[in-house]
Ligand binder design. Sequence first.
Ligand code: TRP
Length: 326
Amino acid sequence: MQKKRILSGMRPTGKLHIGHYVGALENWIKLQDEYQNFHLIADYHVLTTDLNTDDVYQNTIDMLIDWLAAGLDPNKSPMFRQSQIKEHTELQLIFSMLITVHRLERNPTLKDQIRDLHIKHTIYGHLGYPVLQSADILLYKGDFVPVGEDQVPHVEITREIARKFNNQYGKVFPEPEPLLTRFARLPGLNGDAKMSKSLNNTILLSDEPGVVKAKLKKAVTDPQKIRKGDHGHPEICLVFSYHKKFNPDEIPEIEKDCRSGELGCFDCKMNCASKISSFLEPIIDKRKYYEDNMNEVKDILSDGEKKGRAEAQNTMAEVREKMKMG
Ligand code: TRP
């Protein structure tokens, strides 16, 4: 039987942080044996919020190296740039006829971005963000889309567009479903709910042990626990949530000793830093290998683009045939 398909992607934001790993990458890596994965670098989507493209290529390479270093296998999971496969823009145009402006204006992820980035006048392409994303997913006939919660509205729009196309012209597309990650997000070092490059509160997958220690030293903890001996509240402490992910075996002990005051924040943070660094060590080693072998990275990308393009061309041929525009 043919494997079900996974399609997921990220905008190229440069080096990834442990929040990206926990929220997405870890899941992609687990899924690549059971499913046929495709992974997209959404470089055109960058333009929706930033017209400056000077860093897009370097950010693409940095992100791709992190994907590979963390364990995405290019033989199982082709990886490619949206901008290098012109079928994305072609299908995006057709899809833009299958959805109303009103429906796109109701997209809660767009509303959040408009609020967070203080956008006064929405760009046409930004309103159409999920239409391009629908083309990304449906060109590869993705059955499942492993994403964070903020992307669920985009998958919902994708389903609506697939249904509309299939009803109008005949069945070509599946109606993809989101696959939510269990550990949806890691809090940032400053106590913010989300780790994010723009908030400058991240631990990168490429951070060396000294850097991880220094970052954790400054991490915000329970404000009521000022010195060792004070009773802590692990449930509100972000360091505790990192322990849950990277040091699960010691959770009961840390929880007890934090509450009783026996464990001080400094020791707890240094323990956490060392567990995170043990987790990162093989990733950092693999990253160095790829940095020293850039030709291999470029070959992986061009091979992924070849495979992606072949899929995309097949789907577009079907689309044109159904539309009698072959
Ligand atoms: N919108 C996604 C994000 O910001 C990136 C993305 C683009 C994507 N195309 C996709 C995710 C297709 C999943 C499937 O994270």
